[in-house]
Design a protein around this ligand. Structure first.
Ligand code: ATP
Ligand code: MG
Length: 652
């Protein structure tokens, strides 16, 4: 960045008050902010009492050796007990925990009592395989109930899980197993994706010979496809099904490791993020209760993220289950067997809270409004967004076409590293603004600073920082304390640097502006990718876009935009439209933000978690060799984009 802070170009005037009825019965009301501010640590100590502790903590935070935090240090608890057993003990054993919807249309319902038995059996099976407190277990699974059961079984016996997304290669899997020295891999023969069984066991077979620490491979039978079988392999249905469902949970220290999870790899080599037990569970439980306003007796909650990502960890497994939620789990893709599958699932289970990603929402926009219109979505009452900045126009589309203009949208900013939601509206409190995450949650301290670390005034942009430790913060990067310090705590000493750009609007509300690494420097102005992309998406013919700064002889960097057109406009990519789009951005944000070149494409390079990888587009725009694509979901996308290059319209 130049020494001028990040430009604030986009003005968004639309406002949406919280629905009156929801506000009147909301789990968390406006006084929570003041209450938390009065005594932040007392506030978190109070939230910790949401959980069942075997030994209640008396100490809240030990920050004597920053940036290594210890939360609730003298408390002891069992995370799995908190997510399962205590609901059964409270008389809710018959409540549905998971409505599982397989991609082929098969399904299965697990009550809390059944989940307790399954987790108990799995915990006994892991113990039989020699897994002990402090060990690591790799989980490489499709989206099926056994994945959550396996994670909870690990938590129950004090082994840390390391879930590796089921779309990753043998190489990515073995690197993650080696980094964590895992002793066991839990996998499945395969899972269903896009209408066919895809193989997982075969990839594990390729990875395991490179992983000398692996002693056993535990395999769930999901698809029934042929698998090869070796000495280390054990079938889940043979080993787990025969076990007793009785398992006495042991309480562990609050700082006992719960899991390692690698970041999505949008900006570079993934980092093994370590989360521990008591603080993590406190914050995921509180935020799930506050941000989604979950009423466990009546709501049906659906988080569409894969368990392989942090969203699946915190807002499918640990947050909702610790709160006794009834939730939907869907195995497959949104377009199998038809593009209305998500809406059909909402109609079928009467989903009331939906948590999805902007990349999915923009895809639904591209497919057309008529698809969700065919289904009954009237059960919905709260909508969430996570993963990337949501463009105001995508937000409005989500509100109108999915939320029936009645559901508040919570745009939740957080990271693998933060463990839980940090900045988000509260659905019964906040007057929402399309495209803004807006306010740090009660108990969270965040702000925006300039290059020198000074807080920027309202109306200005800069770097997002967190100014106080929080319960679900990462404790370190697994095996690399120095990288933890260097990556997050060195840029602004004493503060956590998130790596994201942000601005404060005139009311002091926070808007995320994309990754700092992606900021474009045009004629001495730092321009955010998010604002230019949002301006493009606000044109009625554009569904999605990604912009990058490419080296330019006159302006330092020039803005190059890649756009995906909406359904009906898809065939129109003539020069007239491209000129119209350029003018549209100029009118919306000012002439400085006009893209120099615009290319229409049919897909953008995304990580497997659906995030746009702008660094690869920058390589294309600067005619460089394409960088590391190992975390890319579909590598053919880059070939298609490169083939487009000569037809790019340019102002000069
Ligand atoms: P890596 O750190 O390896 O590059 P990653 O940052 O994509 O991967 P995640 O932890 O899954 O890995 O993603 C967190 C990031 O996602 C945030 O830092 C931010 O850039 C983006 N993000 C998440 N939610 C939001 C949101 N609501 N608004 C804006 N950006 C968001
Ligand atoms: Mg990151």
């Amino acid at each position: 960045m130049s020494n001028e802070s990040l430009a604030n170009l986009l003005k968004e005037e639309r406002r949406f008050a919280p629905p009156r009825e929801l506000a009147a019965a909301a789990n968390v009301t406006a006084d929570a902010y003041a209450h938390a501010k009065e005594d932040r640590l007392a506030f978190w100590a109070e939230q910790a009492r949401r959980l069942s502790w075997e030994v209640e903590p008396t100490e809240t935070l030990d920050w004597s050796n920053p940036p290594f935090a210890k939360w609730f240090q003298d408390g002891r608890l069992n995370v799995a007990y908190n997510c399962v057993d205590r609901h059964v003990e409270a008389g809710h054993g018959d409540r549905v925990a998971i409505h599982f919807e397989g991609e082929p249309g098969d399904g299965r319902t697990l009550t809390y009592a059944q989940l307790k038995d399954e987790v108990g059996k799995a915990a006994n099976a892991l113990t039989e395989l020699g897994i002990r407190k402090g060990d690591r277990v790799a989980v490489y699974m499709p989206m099926i109930p056994e994945t959550a059961i396996a994670m909870l079984a690990c938590a129950r016996i004090g082994a840390a899980h390391s879930v590796v997304f089921g779309g990753f290669s043998a190489e990515a899997l073995s690197a993650r197993i080696q980094d964590a020295d895992a002793k066991l891999v839990i996998t499945a023969d395969g899972g269903y994706r896009r209408g066919k069984p895809n193989a997982l066991k075969a990839i594990v077979d390729e990875a395991v010979p490179r992983c000398p620490t692996i002693e056993n491979v535990l395999v769930v039978r999901r698809t029934g496809q042929d698998v090869s079988w070796g000495e280390k392999d054990k079938w889940w249905h043979e080993l787990v099904e025969g076990q007793s469902p009785e398992h006495t949970p042991e309480a562990f220290e609050a700082e006992h490791p719960l899991f390692i999870l690698y970041t999505s790899g949008t900006t570079g080599k993934p980092k093994g993020i370590l989360h521990t037990s008591g603080g993590y569970l406190t914050q995921v439980s509180y935020t799930h209760h506050a941000v989604f306003d979950l009423k466990p007796e009546t709501d049906v909650y659906w988080c569409t993220a894969d368990i392989g990502w942090v969203t699946g960890h915190s807002y499918f497994v640990y947050g909702p289950l610790s709160n006794g939620a009834t939730q939907v789990m869907y195995e497959g893709t949104p377009d199998t067997p038809h593009q209305g599958r998500f809406w059909e699932i909402i109609q079928k289970y009467k989903v009331s809270i939906l948590y999805a990603a902007p990349t999915a929402i923009r895809t639904f926009m591209k497919w057309g409004d008529d698809i969700p219109a065919k289904f009954d979505l009237s059960s919905l009452r709260v909508l969430g967004s996570v993963g990337e900045p949501i463009n105001p126009e995508a937000w409005i589309w989500y509100r109108k076409n999915i939320g029936g203009e009645r559901c508040p949208i919570v745009d939740t900013w957080w990271q693998t590293e933060t463990g839980a939601i940090m900045i988000s509206p509260l659905p019964g409190v906040t007057e929402t603004k399309p495209g803004a995450a807006q306010v740090p949650l009660p108990g969270i301290s965040a702000t925006v600073v300039d290059d020198e670390g000074r807080e920027v005034p309202d109306g200005a942009g800069g770097y997002l920082v967190l100014t106080e430790p929080w319960p679900s913060m990462l404790r370190t990067i697994w095996g690399d304390d120095q990288r933890y310090i260097d990556t997050y705590w060195s840029r602004f000493p004493g503060r956590y640097f998130a790596g994201d750009g942000a601005k404060k609007d005139d009311d002091g509300d926070i808007w995320l502006l994309g990754r700092v690494d992606d900021v474009m420097l045009v004629s001495g102005h730092n321009i955010s990718t998010t604002e230019v992309e949002s301006a493009l998406v606000s044109h009625p013919k554009v569904a999605e876009s990604a912009v990058v700064g490419a080296t330019d002889a006159t302006t330092g960097q020039a803005i190059v935009a890649f756009v995906i057109l909406r359904g009906t406009a898809a065939s129109d990519d003539g020069d007239a439209l491209l000129a119209e789009l350029r003018d549209h951005v100029g009118k919306t944000l000012g002439p400085i933000a006009k893209p120099k070149r615009i290319l229409t494409v049919t897909e953008l390079p995304k990580t497997r978690s659906g995030k746009i990888m702008r660094r690869l587009l920058r390589d294309v725009a600067e005619n460089r060799q394409i960088g590391d694509v190992t975390t890319l979901a579909d590598s053919t996308v880059m070939d298609l984009i490169q083939a487009k290059l000569p037809s790019a319209a340019s102002e000069d």
